[in-house]
Design a protein around this ligand. Sequence first.
Ligand SMILES: NC(=O)c1ccc[n+]([C@@H]2O[C@H](COP(=O)([O-])OP(=O)(O)OC[C@H]3O[C@@H](n4cnc5c(N)ncnc54)[C@H](O)[C@@H]3O)[C@@H](O)[C@H]2O)c1
Length: 319
Amino acid sequence: MRVAVIGLGVIGRVHARILRENGSLGAVCDVDEARLADYTDVARFTDYTRLLDDFRPDAVHICTPHHLHAEMVIAALERNIHVLCEKPLCISHKEIDAILRAEERSDAYLGVCLQNRYNPANRFAKEYLADKQVSAAVAHVAWNRDADYYAAADWRGRWESEGGGVLINQALHTLDLLQWLAGKPESLVANVSNLTLDGVVEVEDTAVILGEGKARLSFFATNGAGEDLPVEITVKTDAGILKILPKAVLADGELHTFESNAPVNGKVCYGNSHGTLIADFYRCIAENRPFPINGREGAEVVRLILAAYESRGKRTAVR
Ligand SMILES: NC(=O)c1ccc[n+]([C@@H]2O[C@H](COP(=O)([O-])OP(=O)(O)OC[C@H]3O[C@@H](n4cnc5c(N)ncnc54)[C@H](O)[C@@H]3O)[C@@H](O)[C@H]2O)c1
């Protein structure tokens, strides 16, 4: 496999390190030439279409700002180049539809980097819940992103380029886990607000979602906490209570702990499952079997978030 990374910012460098370690990094691309300086041993591009057409990688990892994901994913799929896209898959319904059409037409695989689905505690919870009826679930994300964080990259904090705030960026992983574990709501009521960064960013730093489907879901997220606190998910089933923490699950009063030896890549809050997800993506391609987080799966949480932005306190259908 000759693999390329597009976007060498915070997370692109994590992808590049993992691919370098497994010997498959063949090319990198960033519009900022200074960011190519650490990659003299591979092919380097500033224009991603040149990378796709001239280098022709077998697969490409998209690690660019949110508003560029759709165009880059579609460009790779149209050339039958496998593509692993960082979250979120994209930021609008129109983009979701265009990506799913391109995925259907392509011979290549599309994967979305929702790495927390690979955390051992979350995998245990998914298996545990397989034969249970979920009646309600709640998740909390209380993290801190201040003005300096937003000043570090100009695409963040703007509706046009980030597509939203805490929901579509930091809390997306936990909202995805909530719907993956407890079921996707058919409708929701939500409010989003900017409680600590008004005048600094356009987008929300705090959000509340109440969803209704087979189970009732509650979701609370803020970037205005004192620091990044561990996320928590609690699920009520016909068998009892399941409490999921980053490295432990309390299932009906019994504590299961999970230690992973995988290295932490990037910030601690990203977890350490990027390597596991990337390995599984390439295993699926090699064995010609579906990668579990394809375009349709990666779009589910984006549809939820778009419904939350549309809601403004009114009940809204989730598409
Ligand atoms: N899965 C995770 O846990 C996780 C963690 C962090 C970031 N992310 C996601 O990764 C993506 C990137 O985030 P980041 O924090 O690394 O951003 P960043 O701003 O640090 O990096 C983005 C990079 O893309 C480059 N870029 C911009 N336009 C480009 C273009 N047209 N062609 C090539 N390169 C271009 C920029 O120069 C920059 O180097 C976002 O979607 C973000 O949500 C995911």
